[in-house]
Design a protein around this ligand. Structure first.
Ligand code: NAI
Length: 364
């Protein structure tokens, strides 16, 4: 379905804002369309700047992540993206820069983050009334470090009998993600920041992570802090979700914890996120491209719609962000229009339309 709110043609006062859009693949294009449709209903004057990545970029530029697309993202500064399929065991990608230098990354998603110097992925995951069962009150934000750890891409084969990889942990990256988390807590009235680590087994890497976390925590005496081993974090999040508020974690632990928390909330389709940098930010759902349901029109777009709300909040459009968040939560908890992952029969666009109606009613 085509978007009915052509905001470029009908600006509602104020300046037109430009957002980059990476359509992605798998369920990406379907949930991206649904998200644009909902965001346009806020009445904001929006210009979408389409940025080719993956197959679209190969067709246009001969590379899945050409510098033209990276430069377009840097120029637009704020973008949202659909998920991208990464082939198992063949995901590595080399980006060639304008000056001829090259960097190799473990996946295209990792490459986007690192080429743009995005350093933290906040993933706020909240339970929903009538959807999340005993996790209705779940309200946790996972702050995932996204520049290093075992996803640094520093791995190699030793013939076909072994392989080894480096788990990179630097003081700079840990202090940055920790400071961001405590600043976020301060700004948003959050009370507790927890560090998830495995410093008993990984004395040097996770040991440094924990040490830096504790040092930074001292700069924020009004905010409580503690730490759990990553395995105990998983257990306790399931058993005692009320014990958590903000969780800071390295790249891999944060990745895994996000899906765990999404599962507690009720679906991967409920976990939004953003990749934040100093000069650019890219907002995306926590889930992947869900190839198993791609093209069926039944993917749950809620996580990407909520990521769109995070994007609006990030640039200061708090009222519109709240409208989108509340409308999404209302439609979910009413339970009449739900996608199959939540037990309903609605299509992606029927769900988006229900939210759009709610957003428009909110505005009247
Ligand atoms: P996935 O998150 O795509 O899917 C896991 C399960 O959850 C599937 O059964 C899927 O149908 C379901 N699911 C996910 N999102 C859903 C939604 N919005 N609505 C309804 N059901 C949903 O993880 P999977 O299958 O491991 O990965 C698929 C592809 O996505 C892989 O190529 C993977 O590398 C890629 N991926 C991309 C990410 C990104 O672009 N940021 C993140 C994670 C994975």
């Amino acid at each position: 379905m085509n978007s009915k709110h052509t905001t470029l043609d009908t600006p509602v006062g104020g300046t037109t804002m430009k957002f980059g859009v990476i359509r992605g693949n798998g369920i990406g294009p379907e949930i991206v369309e649904a998200t644009k449709y909902v965001l346009e209903a806020t009445g904001l004057a929006i210009e979408w700047v389409h940025i080719p990545v993956a197959e679209e970029a190969v067709k246009e530029y001969g590379h899945p992540l050409p510098q033209e697309s990276i430069n377009a993202l840097k120029e637009v500064k704020v973008a949202f993206k659909g998920p991208l399929i990464v082939d198992k065991m063949r995901g590595r990608i080399t980006c060639v820069h304008d000056d001829g230098s090259e960097d190799t990354y473990p996946s295209i998603n990792n490459a986007i983050r690192r080429e743009l110097k995005l350093f933290v992925c906040p993933r706020p995951i909240r339970g929903v009334l009538n959807i999340s069962g005993k996790y209705e009150n779940l309200d946790v934000t996972i702050m995932r470090e996204i520049t290093e750890d075992v996803y640094s891409g520093l791995e190699h084969k030793i013939g076909d009998v072994a392989a080894e990889g480096i788990k990179l942990t630097t003081r700079e990256a840990v202090e940055r993600v920790t400071r961001y988390s405590f600043d976020f807590a301060r700004k948003n009235g959050r009370k507790l920041v927890t560090c998830a680590h495995k410093a008993n087994a990984l004395s040097f890497t996770d040991g440094l992570f924990l040490k830096c976390f504790r040092e930074v925590a001292k700069e924020y005496p009004e905010i409580e802090s503690n730490d759990y081993m990553i395995d105990a974090t998983c257990y306790s999040l399931v058993k005692f979700p009320e014990k958590f508020d903000i969780i800071v974690a390295s790249n891999q632990y944060g990745d895994i914890l996000s899906d765990l928390a999404a599962g507690l909330a009720g679906s991967l389709g409920l976990a939004p996120g953003g990749n934040i940098g100093e000069h650019a930010s890219v907002f995306e759902a926590s889930h992947g491209a869900a190839d198993d349901i791609a093209g069926l029109g039944i993917a749950n777009p809620a996580a990407l719609i909520l990521s769109g709300a995070l994007m609006l909040r990030h640039i200061g459009n708090t009222v519109e962000a709240t409208k989108v968040e509340e409308s999404t939560r209302n439609v979910l908890s009413r339970g009449k229009v739900l996608t199959p992952d939540l037990g309903g029969t609605a299509t992606t666009m029927e769900f988006a339309e229900a939210i759009t109606k709610e957003v428009e009613a909110y505005s009247r």
